[in-house]
Design a protein around this ligand. Sequence first.
Ligand SMILES: NC(=O)c1ccc[n+]([C@@H]2O[C@H](COP(=O)([O-])OP(=O)(O)OC[C@H]3O[C@@H](n4cnc5c(N)ncnc54)[C@H](OP(=O)(O)O)[C@@H]3O)[C@@H](O)[C@H]2O)c1
Length: 281
Amino acid sequence: MTSSPELTFNDGNTIPQLGYGVWQVEDDVAEKVVGQAFEAGFRHIDTAKIYGNEAGVGRAIASSGLKPEEIFITTKLWNSDQGYESTLKAFEESMERLGLETLDLYLIHWMQPKQQKYVDTWKALIELQKQGRVKSIGVSNFSKEGLQELIDATGVVPAIHQIELHPFFNQADLREFGAANGILTQAWSPLGQGGELLESAVIKEIAAKHDATPAQVVIAWHLAIGNVVIPKSVTESRIRENYAALDVTLDETDIKAINGLDRTAEGAGRIGPDPAVSDFA
Ligand SMILES: NC(=O)c1ccc[n+]([C@@H]2O[C@H](COP(=O)([O-])OP(=O)(O)OC[C@H]3O[C@@H](n4cnc5c(N)ncnc54)[C@H](OP(=O)(O)O)[C@@H]3O)[C@@H](O)[C@H]2O)c1
């Protein structure tokens, strides 16, 4: 079985480039499908407090027989827990649910600009990393300005930035900022949530050329352009199919054609909220 490439963070730790996400997966289902993801070959799982399935992920880890050093687990701090002390508390609660001693990656889930707590929250993550409770720290759903503010205030550069990113919304700007500052880019909703994108004629044509599926082509594109990518599926055959995207290699012509699907210039493509302005509890 092909194993995922590892990318190196600015702190020297590594992350499997292909992972498995569990947003909108019920806790008891998460236990089952994370087990299936491990069986398929995934070793990197992306959860969050707000997904309500950290305990299910934890049970899947416990029954997997895999050693902590063989897997990579990410969870995220929810918006209502932002602030220094509340972050330290929320972290311990997540760890309790996950049943882990040490976490691989902890992320601030959303910047929440109106709350103005993200710098204090970032300081708490720095403290958790100093204490060795979490190996690497990063953020999700920030603006360039917000990232710069964290760096200027603390001197600590996030290891990774997890953002909405798929061929219809390819985030060239934030990817460039990340590359220039030593921040890896991680794609959420990498399949565009499985709708129109997988029906695109361009994607289907490339899939036929490589004897692959549309989802595999999209995942292979993420891998080729250097994204960490975390497709979600609760369907066992798709979990296996998505992992097997590691065996699909696109050429320059394919990558150019997929880059051409971006809708940012038309003010379109984004599925979720805009982190620079969105505030929600
Ligand atoms: N940081 C954030 O704010 C944030 C926000 C959103 C997501 N995320 C993370 O990113 C992960 C992935 O994003 P996502 O769940 O929004 O969307 P996604 O991975 O882009 O798409 C998931 C959808 O695609 C379908 N699908 C998966 N594999 C497929 C395949 N091979 N063929 C056809 N359809 C397929 C799934 O269906 P079935 O499940 O029915 O098979 C599901 O409906 C999340 O689970 C979460 O970990 C983070």
